[in-house]
Design a protein around this ligand. Structure first.
Ligand SMILES: *[C@@H]1O[C@H](CO)[C@@H](O)[C@H](O)[C@H]1NC(C)=O
Ligand SMILES: *[C@@H]1O[C@H](CO)[C@@H](O)[C@H](O)[C@H]1NC(C)=O
Ligand SMILES: *[C@@H]1O[C@H](CO)[C@@H](O)[C@H](O)[C@H]1NC(C)=O
Length: 221
């Protein structure tokens, strides 16, 4: 086999794997989410049921949800506003989510991952240090300036840090699932509701009981 044949076979394999990994394809033009019914019915499906296509109109495909910055808190120095099937029901079954990310000066969207989506972000305002960590724990990081895009591969832990001490940063992301899921590393460890046993953390991070309690308290766990 020549090099080009190998490359071609690999590309085909990756494309096929990619298709298997994403949200299921829609079988009709659209399936505008019936968000009221979907949550109350004793009927469970992968996604949300559609409203009657006969009553669909343009309002189901438009939202101004991302037009205003989210309110940035004191503890959490960032806010993520989403366009999802709940405010943009026409997105149901399209395999998409959109996010507006506002990050305060010198603030951070802490390391987190989306188990079901790849993400591509464009920085519209400010300066960001972004990065992700691959499964061999190698960090890929970059300083972004306005207009730059960065892709966070699916499932990889990633972060966004506003490097400017005065300007609030604004980025917009597209995610490749209507339900990307988000798992924040620090909260998954320290704010689990039913608390993870201290001895697990003491061993894991080589820290003492006071350290565990201190971190848990500051993360609201
Ligand atoms: C479009 O549908 C929505 C929700 O079903 C309804 O509230 C709205 O009045 C409709 N708009 C038009 C122009 O028919
Ligand atoms: C994000 O902003 C929205 C809109 O201003 C606000 O309702 C929400 O509480 C904020 N979320 C956090 C976590 O601060
Ligand atoms: C992670 O990145 C490092 C550095 O490029 C590379 O050596 C390693 O093979 C990568 N791991 C995977 C699983 O791709």
């Amino acid at each position: 086999m020549g090099t080009s044949t190998v490359v071609l076979s690999l590309s085909v394999l990756f494309v096929v794997l990619g298709l298997v990994g994403s949200d299921p394809d829609p079988l009709q033009d659209y399936c505008v989410a019936d968000t009221k019914k979907g949550t109350k019915e004793n009927f469970y499906c992968n996604g949300v049921t559609c409203i009657n296509p006969e009553i669909v109109n343009t309002s189901h495909f438009v939202t101004s949800a991302l037009s205003k910055p989210g309110k940035i808190g004191i503890v959490l120095g960032f806010n993520v506003t989403l366009a999802t099937i709940f405010n943009l029901p026409g997105m149901n079954t399209q395999g998409l989510t959109m996010a507006r990310i506002d990050i305060g000066p010198n603030n951070l969207v802490p390391p987190h991952s989306h188990p079901r989506a790849s993400e591509v972000a464009i920085l519209l305002k400010g300066s960001l240090l972004v990065g992700f960590i691959n499964t061999s724990n190698h960090l890929f990081t970059q300083n972004l300036k306005s207009g730059d895009c960065f892709v966070f591969p699916r499932g990889m832990i990633h972060f966004l840090y506003n490097t400017d001490s005065k300007v609030q940063a604004l980025a917009v992301s597209g995610l490749s699932s209507q339900n990307p899921g988000v798992q924040m590393a620090s909260l998954a460890a320290f704010a689990t509701g039913l608390a993870m046993p201290d001895k697990v953390f003491k061993k894991l991070f080589q820290i003492n009981h006071q350290d565990v309690t201190g971190i848990r308290t500051s993360l609201g766990g």
